[in-house]
Each structure stands twice: as C-alpha cells, then as structure tokens.
Write a protein that binds this ligand. Structure first.
Ligand SMILES: [Zn+2]
Length: 405
C-alpha cells in the first residue's frame, strides 16, 4: 500500500465495515502546486454494519491531507460567509446570556469567528493548517494545532468551558474523530451546545453529487447515522436543520444532557432509511461512469468544431469531476478563480490544467465556460455576464446541459 494511505478496518463506532464501491482514483483535492502532481489514491466507499454510516475504506493521513500549502479559504466563498452569519444569529437566538464563549474546531481562516467576535462573543479557533495565520492576522484568537486530548486539557486550563463548540465541515474530515469527540466532551459546558455542519448525504444523492466523494470526506452523514454515532459517546442530538448551501448541508445541535427531540429532527429521522442507502450509492457510481462518457463525447464534439473552452471555479468538487472524467488541458484551457485565491497560477491536482485569475476569461473570450462549481451556477453566470463575458455556459451536474449565448 502507498505511503499515507490508512486501511480503515473499523467504523468510528468500532464496528465492522462491509461492501466496497470503487469511485476511482483521485488526487488530494486541495494540494494545489506550481508543479504538476499526478499522485492519486483509491476512493472506495463502504458502510458500517452497525451504525450504517457511509465512509471511506481507505483514508489519507492528516499530514498529507492538510499540508502547509492547504489552499481552501472559507473567506473566499460568499455563500459560506452568509451561512456563518446565519449561524451567529442562531447562536444569539438560542442563548440568552450576554457573555458567550465559542470554540471553532477547524476554524480555517477565521471567517466564522470574525463574525462571532463582531457580535460580542468571546472566541477561540483551533486550526492546524497555514490558514490559521490568516486568522491570527485578523486578530482572531487562534491556536495553530490539531485538536486532541492534550490540547483540550491545555485549553481547559486557560479558558473556562465553552458555551458553544462549532464544527463546520470538520466531522467528515478527520482520522481522529474519537479523540475529537472526547476532547469536545472535556471542554463543552454540561448545558452547552455542540453545533455540527456536514454535507447531507441525501442531498448529495439527490443532486447526483458524485463529485463530493473524495478523501477530505472520510464520512458521509445522514441525520440517523450522526445521531447514532454521537449517542455512543453520550452526546445527544436534539435538533437538526437542512440548509440549502454548498449543495446541501445538515446542521445538527447536540448536548451532553438529553433534551427532548424537536419536531423537525423527528421528521427528518422518519424520512431517512439508511438501510437501503448503499444501493443508492451504487446507482450514483453507475451514473458517474455514464456521466464521464457523456462529458467526454461532448468535449470531443466541441473540440472538433474548434471551440475554445475554459472552466470556472476551482472548488474541491471541480478537482474530483476533472479527475473522474479524465479531462485535461486538451479539453479545458484553464480554470478561472477569484483574484487573490491561493490556487491561482497553480495546477489542479491530478491534471495539467492551471488555475488563473477569472478576469482572463473576460480577456480571452472562450466560446464556452464550464461551471465546475455548479452549486454556485447562478452567481457565477451573473458574475461573468456582468464582467462582460458573452459566450455559452456548460453546466455539468445534476444534468449535463449547455446554456447557449
Ligand atoms: Zn459505525
């Protein structure tokens, strides 16, 4: 086995895994470099026999997955900022105390905590990657480390226990979830609230989002599976919401005390059926393989006609789609990104396609722009049109289609 690959023999709940569905080999999706890097790793989806959690069979070590050149910045996504703002409002609404203390696990560039701090909340972020420096530069209280029991004990010494602990898109992304859960239990107030946001597996399936299956997502949650998992560690989910951002987010609220379940949570649990979800994942994988053929033949057709095609949005899912469909510079000349993105002038992992400032699309006037960050299609189309782009658009998912100029 390649260095850095972890063969996960058991689920986080310590029960056995069964089934193996092969989603193809993928590179590390945020490993943007000035040199091409074509290393890829197997992406095999499996399910826990007991808690039914969908997860990766082989994960990648945190050291490889979150290197110092980690290039995802929350602050570059307007959608994300709006979501963070809604979370701050929600926290203020839940708690009637004036003095609140929040811990953000995997706080990235500090975008969420910056907003929380502005509304008078005392904040602490924990973030191991270089993105922590951006947060520190913004004067957001941040520790540049991985959260583990050792750090949790240190935090406990310096701070009182936290009213809220927030984990945005973190629960799917760690090889050490058990230790994280234990750390949370150590530093969350008994009457405090843990708020977790993860991608919602049912939304991924509904939108044919095979491009969200990659190594940064070790687990793929439903309300039922996350509830069962946390319950094992005596953390109790009492409320849940579905958010229409990033192609579908599940936000759950949990506590160390048992609280009555909200109506909304009961309804969501009733609508889920994790027993047959593996079948749906098999279907999604078949769809992925057919999609690869369809997009290849579309590009061949357009290229035969001499069309120039650029892409827009070097989001994590873009990297998955390009690698899954084996698209290269022959088909897509470059990918546009927001000016200032750490990805600009670097190669999309696993490909020979470079990321450039999105203004290059306006200057070069390609015939087509494929919107790889398709969950933001309306915003991107509007942005490019406002800047003066007059060509056609290709939307890859959920249904491959062309919007003619
Ligand atoms: Zn399990």
């Amino acid at each position: 086995m390649k260095k850095g690959i972890i063969n996960r023999k058991l689920c986080i709940c310590k029960n056995n895994l069964k089934y193996k569905i092969n989603f193809g080999d993928l590179p590390l999706i945020n490993n943007y470099k000035k040199k091409k890097n074509l290393h890829k790793y197997p992406t095999i989806i499996t399910q826990c026999k007991k808690c039914l959690l969908i997860q990766l069979k082989y994960s990648i070590s945190d050291k490889l997955l979150f290197p110092n050149n980690y290039s995802y910045l929350s602050g570059n996504s307007k959608e994300k900022i709006n979501n963070f703002q809604s979370l701050v409002f929600k926290i203020k609404k839940i708690s009637n105390q004036s003095k609140l203390q929040i811990l953000d696990i995997g706080s990235n560039d500090g975008s969420f905590l910056e907003l929380a701090k502005k509304s008078g909340i005392k904040v602490l972020g924990v973030e191991p990657t270089n993105t922590a420096k951006i947060s520190i530069n913004k004067n957001v209280n941040t520790i540049k480390k991985h959260l583990n029991l050792k750090l949790a004990k240190k935090i406990l010494k310096k701070y009182s226990k936290f009213d809220f602990i927030v984990a945005n898109n973190f629960f799917a992304q760690t090889n050490n979830l058990i230790e994280i859960i234990k750390s949370i239990k150590l530093i969350l107030k008994k009457e405090g609230t843990l708020i977790i946001e993860v991608q919602y597996l049912y939304d991924l399936l509904y939108q044919k989002g095979f491009d969200s299956f990659h190594h940064e997502h070790i687990a793929y949650y439903t309300t039922s599976s996350i509830l069962k998992l946390l319950k094992k560690y005596k953390i109790f989910i009492f409320d849940a919401e579905r958010l229409k951002v990033h192609g579908g987010i599940l936000r759950v609220y949990a506590s160390l005390n048992k609280r009555p379940l909200t109506k909304n949570l009961k309804k969501m649990l009733k609508n889920e059926n994790d027993k047959n979800i593996i079948k749906k994942i098999r279907h999604l994988n078949s769809f992925r393989i057919q999609f690869n053929d369809r997009i290849k033949s579309l590009f061949n057709h357009l290229k035969e006609k001499g069309k120039k095609i650029y892409a827009m949005g070097a989001a994590p899912r873009s990297c998955v789609l390009l690698n899954s469909s084996e698209l290269s510079k022959n088909e897509i000349s470059l990918i546009g990104e927001v000016p200032g993105s750490l990805k600009c002038n670097k190669y999309v992992p696993g490909t020979d396609i470079m990321v450039k400032n999105e203004n290059k699309i306006i200057i070069d006037k390609p015939d087509y722009v494929i919107i790889l960050a398709w969950h933001l299609k309306q915003r991107i189309i509007k942005l490019l049109k406002n800047k003066g782009y007059k060509g056609s658009f290709i939307i890859p998912l959920p249904k491959l289609k062309i919007i003619k100029k």
